[in-house]
Design a protein around this ligand. Structure first.
Ligand code: GLU
Length: 310
């Protein structure tokens, strides 16, 4: 059996993954409510692996910044857990897969304003609200967190893209107003949505995201020191495994066997506990909102290396 520790050399594997999975034609789709994402060339494909020992392996477009979108939800949850008072965030959001679309209103109504998990939009709005109590500009605080963990000043907020998405945010506003009505939002709904959209509009490269996610592979120890306790890091990994890939978490667990978080910008952050963090990016999405080429590439990488939590 191939284990993480005796996996074959990574450089040639990653180069071959890029050769095999870089899209040759315009398949899949991009989200219509975020106009800036439609401008990204369909054949972008990058991958980076940041290892627990500090090495970074890359191939393809691993140094081109892209919109992290929902991958931000992993890091805002980490910041909320860092704040301590974990019981307060966990009393406002659950840890169950939703089985519905990431921006579903129906489930929130049926379940009385308690979002199923922190990785659907309603849950992320509650986490944002929680962070804003202490730090009103939670998006800038997230940016600082990401720059620190990525090890450089690279990450930035694409403010024009955020403004553009904000003008198409009726659904997220509806979710926020629902949460407010159920008394699960403390700040004004408009402020929370604006802050959330700015978090989603952070631009990072595969290399930066893999490095920023390393604390989840290293029992809470990031590139800048201890980010979270071992137990909190474990919990985020568990939620990634069960809720990180929209309504395709089961399929992803079946094919890849690793905790992941996807964003509609086409990025996927994956954790190999104890070994490495992986970021893959390719912009065109499948029907569930996950990167088409990125999901294929991760299944292939996991098969070739034996990396899996099982
Ligand atoms: N900003 C996007 C939205 O709220 C994020 C979606 C995603 O990546 O899941 O619709």
């Amino acid at each position: 059996m191939t284990t993480a520790l005796d996996a074959p050399p990574l450089d040639p594997i990653l180069d071959d993954i890029v050769r095999t999975h870089r899209p040759q034609r315009e398949a899949g789709s991009v989200p219509t409510h975020i106009p800036s994402l439609a401008a990204v060339p369909y054949n972008r494909f990058g991958i980076a692996v940041a290892t627990a020992s500090g090495d970074v392996f890359t191939s393809g477009d691993a140094h081109i910044p892209f919109s992290i979108q929902s991958i931000s939800k992993v890091f805002t949850l980490a910041m909320a857990l860092q704040r301590g008072g974990t019981s307060s965030v966990w009393s406002r959001v659950l840890r169950e897969p939703s089985g519905t679309a990431f921006n579903s209103l129906v489930q929130l109504e049926v379940e009385h304003g308690i979002p199923r998990n922190p990785f659907i939009n309603a849950g992320a709005l509650v986490v944002t609200d929680h962070l804003m109590e202490e730090t009103p500009d939670a998006a800038s605080a997230l940016l600082r967190f990401l720059a620190r963990e990525a090890g450089g000043p690279g990450p930035f907020i694409d403010e024009a893209a955020a403004a553009n998405e904000l003008s198409n945010s009726s659904r997220n506003l509806a979710l926020a107003h629902f949460l407010k009505d159920f008394r699960n939002l403390r700040q004004p709904a408009e402020f929370v949505v604006e802050n959330y959209v700015r978090q989603c509009s952070i631009m990072m490269t595969c290399v930066e995201l893999a490095r920023a996610g390393l604390f989840l592979a290293r029992e809470g120890h990031g590139t800048s020191g201890t980010v979270l306790s071992r137990n909190e890091a474990k919990r985020i990994g568990s939620i990634m495994l069960t809720c990180g890939m929209y309504d395709a978490a089961g399929e992803f667990a079946f094919r890849v066997g690793l905790p992941g978080k996807s964003g509609v910008g086409g990025g996927i952050l994956v954790i190999v506990p104890g070994h490495c963090a992986i970021c893959v990016w390719s912009p065109r999405l499948d029907a569930k909102g996950n990167s088409l080429a990125g999901s294929e590439a991760l299944a292939d990488l996991s098969d070739r290396t034996g990396w899996s939590v099982f």
